[in-house]
Ligand binder design. Structure first.
Ligand code: ADP
Length: 696
């Protein structure tokens, strides 16, 4: 029963509950009323019967004493037949003191059992008993007949039970009719109440069903009247400025202050009549629940619209990005998504890229990348790129950086990737973590830098050519020296021949050795020049830093000494090798030495007696290979120290400096994963320290 009740809808439960409750109450009232009415009616009839009997007992006492039976008979007949009493009274009879019938109203001989049917106790005022006589049943009411203190007889009045029952059943019928009418009314009213209570809930159920099916654009029932008679906006979307323009905040949805700080006055009016303002004060809880639910639906719609717009925005950014972007699964390193530019640059149809292992596109950095992203997420390490005053870091390995929104990303500069067909090209690669359809993934953005690298190389080459031009005087001087020696030797030999002097074997041998040494020296200079001028390849080699230092010195050393600048070398003998290019490193040292010379010459202008001193040191420190170039020039003022690595920054006269030397030096050192630091005291000199990682 209870289970059946629980299976009913809320509407029917309310309906049945009200009905059952009111039926029980009605039935109880009916039973009570019936009992009160029937017992009251029976009592009343009894009282009337007693009254009739007393009346006869008083008026008939004389006739009994006189034994005047005819008068007594006439009296009881009159009483029995009086108006409606004839239906109520079945019989009346009077007994004398000896229980003998004196008079009766029976139309047949007095039934003898009657005299004993309701005996009157001695001191009782009356006695009532139900007696049967023939087919009839009567309430026999016996009342004593007295004369003074003496009892002279008994009056019996028989009230018709059938008459009483008729009255009761008529009463019952009326009562049942009334109760039925009440039940029908209750039936109808409880139906109305249950429908009224459950109507908003049914509507909410309908809406919830639509929402769960993903249909958010259904009619909310109330939105046809988008403005109600009180001027409040309904759930229609057309009026809401925040729905039309998703950049505008909605105070309800975005938890904005209700003071509308971001909303102009026209929209303020609109918002003041917005449904969210309308708290259903004074309305029942179900209506309030329905309102809150509709507010929630509205918020979901707004949220969904914003989400769709944002998704479209980012999708179009992704699709139209000028650089390739990939989404790579962290678990199996395959490509989950890629933008059209990726297909274009790598030469694959997009469908082929989806599901392809990322390693197929290039060097296997993706594994490191996933590991470093995982690590950085776990450790939440902040490695901020150092571009502080004096420190300039090169990067050839991945960097985990912390950007504005504190999400980590890793960066791989200048890595080699392959196009479809195996054609190599260089890219910078950024990667950051995302959740892609529930899968842990990384977004990899790559920039094709091949062209930039070629331009870089051209720039370095051009700078080298310029350097060669600058060095030409020194080179000429350097080559002149062995040539002069050879010339002097050959002229000495000619002189001996002209003077017909004998030339000893030892003299010829000395001369030949000297000439050979001078030729070797000239060859070395030329080889150094050729190595310096050669365009360096993209792949790095192992270089011992002493080589490029010596190479540069062989070209410019003499020139510096002519300019009263001594170059002292303090090179560690067992210095570990580093990764790089010999001629590019020559370029680095040439730039540093040139700048040192310029700084010394600048100082010589106001300190003419100054002797220039440049110290080049190499050593290892904390597992790194360090080179320092120290001069006793003018030094670098604090204000320009941050700028000297910027391209085209120069403090030198026009025509003397182009401002590219240190920019190129920084670029080369960064490519090799090294750092440059400056220590300078204005007026005293400068030390440039270069740090490289040794090759294992
Ligand atoms: P350029 O030599 O063509 O001016 P650089 O990039 O090589 O370009 O140098 C930029 C500037 O840095 C120089 O103009 C100079 O002011 C400063 N600078 C570089 N090295 C030194 C040094 N050793 N001593 C003082 N100033 C220096």
């Amino acid at each position: 029963m209870i289970r059946y009740y629980q299976q009913l809808s809320l509407k029917n439960q309310i309906y049945v509950t009200i009905l059952v409750a009111i039926l029980i109450i009605s039935a109880t009232i009916a039973l009570l009323a019936r009992w009160i009415l029937i017992s009251g009616l029976t009592k009343e009839l009894e009282l009337r019967g007693i009254a009739v009997a007393h009346s006869i007992a008083e008026r008939g006492a004389g006739f009994v004493l006189e034994k005047n039976s005819p008068e007594l008979l006439s009296l009881i007949f009159d009483e029995a037949r009086l108006r409606e009493r004839q239906h109520m009274i079945n019989y009346i009879y009077v007994l004398d003191r000896g229980e003998q019938v004196i008079a009766h109203t029976f139309t047949f001989p007095f039934p003898s059992q009657f005299s004993k049917a309701n005996p009157m106790p001695a001191n009782a005022l009356h006695s009532v008993r139900l007696v049967e006589h023939g087919v009839n049943t009567s309430y026999d009411i016996a009342v004593p007949m007295s004369e003074g203190l003496y009892r002279i007889g008994t009056v019996h009045v028989g009230l018709s039970k059938e008459h009483i029952d008729n009255l009761v059943s008529r009463l019952r019928f009326m009562f049942l009719g009334f109760i039925s009418a009440v039940i029908i009314l209750i039936f109808y009213v409880s139906h109305l109440i249950s429908s009224h209570i459950t109507m908003p809930i049914s509507r909410l159920t309908r809406i919830s069903d639509e929402l769960s099916r993903g249909n958010f654009d259904f009619n909310l029932d109330m939105e046809e009247s988008s403005v109600d008679p009180e001027g409040n906006l309904g759930w229609g979307m057309t009026n809401c400025p925040a729905y039309k323009d998703t950049n505008m905040p909605c105070w309800h949805f975005d938890q904005q202050s209700k003071r509308f700080s971001n909303i102009d006055s026209k929209n303020e009016q609109l918002c003041k009549t917005c449904v969210f303002y309308r708290k259903s004060h004074g309305r029942d809880e179900v209506t309030q629940l329905a309102d809150s639910f509709l507010n929630m639906v509205w918020s979901i719609r707004l949220y969904r619209k914003r989400l769709q717009e944002s998704e479209l925005k980012y999708r179009s950014l992704f699709d139209s990005a000028p650089n390739p972007i990939f989404v790579v699964d962290c678990n199996n390193e395959t490509i989950l998504d890629a933008n059209p530019r990726a297909g274009e640059l790598y030469g694959y149809p997009l469908e082929e890229l989806f599901g392809m292992p990322f390693q197929k596109l290039g060097q296997d950095h993706i594994k490191d990348c996933i590991i470093s992203i995982d690590k950085s997420e776990i450790d939440n390490i902040e490695n901020v790129e150092h571009t502080s005053n004096n420190q300039f870091d090169g990067e050839s390995t991945a960097k985990s950086l912390n950007i504005g929104d504190s999400r980590d990303y890793v960066y791989y500069p200048k890595i080699l990737h392959l196009k479809n067909g195996g054609h190599p090209f260089y890219v910078n690669m950024h990667a950051c973590p995302i959740s892609y359809g529930g899968t842990q993934a990384i977004v990899v953005a790559v920039t094709d830098i091949t062209e930039m690298m070629e331009k870089d190389a051209q720039l370095v080459q051009a700078a080298k050519m310029k350097t060669l031009g600058e060095m030409s005087a020194g080179i000429a001087h350097e080559i002149n020296q062995p040539l002069n020696t050879i010339k002097m030797g050959s002229e000495y030999l000619n002189l001996l021949l002209d003077q017909k002097k004998t030339i000893t074997e030892a003299q010829i041998r000395d001369m030949a050795t000297e000439i050979s040494e001078q030729v070797d020296r000239a060859t070395e200079i030329i080889n150094n020049l050729r190595a310096f001028g050669r365009k360096s390849g993209l792949t790095m080699e192992r270089v011992s830093l002493s080589e490029p230092i010596q190479g540069v010195l062989s070209i410019i050393g003499r020139q510096f000494s002519i300019q009263r600048i001594a170059i002292r070398l303090d090179l560690a003998e067992d210095l570990p090798q580093v990764k790089g290019h010999n001629n590019r490193l020559q370029q680095v040292f040439f730039n540093l030495l040139n700048n040192a010379r310029d700084a010394i010459q600048e100082k010589m202008e106001y300190e003419p007696e100054l002797y220039g001193d440049i110290l080049v040191r190499t050593y290892t420190e904390n597992g790194k290979v360090v080179v320092t170039v120290t001069d006793n020039g003018v030094g670098i003022p604090e204000v320009v120290r941050n700028k000297i690595f910027e391209p085209f920054f120069t403090t030198k006269q026009t025509g003397k400096g182009m401002g590219l030397g240190l920019a190129i030096t920084y670029g080369i050192v960064r490519d090799y994963g090294g750092t440059i630091t400056i220590d300078s005291k204005p007026g005293q000199g400068t030390t440039f320290s270069l740090t490289f990682s040794p090759v294992e």
